[in-house]
Design a protein around this ligand. Structure first.
Ligand code: PMV
Length: 331
């Protein structure tokens, strides 16, 4: 197990956590199979201060209407004084890039700091509990990335164990994978979607007679892909990204807009796939060396919102400068 704790801090404070991008194994990971997830340098930051009335981004009703916020307050701030919370995010919402996990991790870090601090392993459990409680389904992959940073494999090959999770008859072990120092390009299709709906639809598809063999295929591709990242073998990673995308198409979560983005990037990439729950959301591509801007431009021309991303090695953390200097409001 690893990672520095979140220290105790007095209000007002600010905390942040990175978004994420799943390179291999989404959906199958919900069923306990391997996944590779990468924390990316698009952060979500929350500023937390005591206030006469509790509000989230100015909304006094959010504690009933926003399930993530509500679950966070119920679990980590029971009986506490009202809080004014402001969120400043670079991660598009409902795009498959981990905005809800990053929010869950950042608010869990902030509330835990205000209540005396927390070990990082416990923070990973708290962030997962918020996301799982709000979403009703899912794996701890996204919140593990938001809390742990860098590249993490869940239930796959890897180095040191960073976190362990259990739920019912499922368990997940998150292990560290070294950073091969590559840039990735993600692009949002502009189509928001519900993770919970996609997870349930794939669950029904995997309950059909060929479900077990599909899960075996997901596992084989993810294990090969993780080993290829460990071996810094770009060509093999590209083949595994393409194979994983084909499998996600078979279980019904691709979309013509995602296919169009991947087709547009094809000449500039080694391989690519949809990332996250799919049925809309985003794609991730591994560009040919030095051609990340070209891949981004190609996907922008095809109607996507591209980001060239690098791994964010730092998981959830407190922001050290005073929050008023950090939380930038739009003009
Ligand atoms: O699209 P996102 O960011 O919500 O990612 C979902 C990943 C799934 O494997 C589909 C669900 C999960 O919780 O692991």
């Amino acid at each position: 197990m690893s990672g520095d704790p979140i220290p105790a801090a007095a209000l007002p404070l600010a905390a942040r956590a990175p978004g994420k991008c799943i390179l291999f194994g989404e959906h199958a990971v919900v069923h306990g199979r391997p996944e590779l997830v990468l924390a990316i340098d698009l952060p979500v930051q929350v500023g937390i201060r005591a206030a006469p009335v509790g509000r989230l981004n100015g909304d006094p009703d959010a504690s009933t209407t926003n399930p993530y916020y509500r679950t966070a307050l119920e679990r980590l701030w029971p009986g506490g004084a009202p809080l004014e919370i402001r969120v400043n995010s670079r991660v598009p919402r409902a795009a498959g890039l981990g905005s809800s996990a990053a929010f869950s991790a950042a608010i869990a870090a902030g509330l835990s700091a205000a209540r005396g601090g927390v070990a990082r392993t416990e923070l990973a459990e708290r962030a997962f509990a918020i996301e799982r409680g709000a979403q009703g389904v899912g794996s701890p992959g996204d919140t593990a990335a938001a809390v742990g940073g860098g590249y993490l494999s869940l239930n796959g090959p890897g180095g040191d164990t960073v976190f362990q999770f259990a739920e019912g008859d499922r368990s997940w072990t998150a292990r560290r994978i070294p950073d091969p120092s590559w840039s990735w390009v993600v692009a949002y299709s502009g189509l928001p979607r519900s993770t919970a709906d996609a997870v349930r639809a794939v669950g029904r598809r995997l309950a059909e007679p060929d479900g077990p063999s599909l899960l075996e295929e997901f596992q084989r591709v993810a294990e090969e892909g993780i080993a290829a990242v460990q071996g810094e073998d770009r060509a093999a990673v590209g083949r595994c990204l393409d194979a994983n995308h084909a499998l996600l198409g078979k279980v019904g979560v691709s979309h013509p807009r995602l296919e169009a983005l991947l087709a547009a990037a094809r000449e500039s990439m080694v391989g690519g796939k949809l990332t996250g729950a799919g049925a809309g959301g985003s794609v991730v591509v591994l560009p040919l060396p030095g051609r990340e801007l070209e891949a981004a431009r190609r996907m922008a021309r095809a109607g996507g919102l591209p980001f060239v991303v690098r791994p964010e090695p730092r998981g959830a953390s407190l922001v050290s400068a005073p929050p008023d200097e950090q939380v930038v409001e739009p003009p």
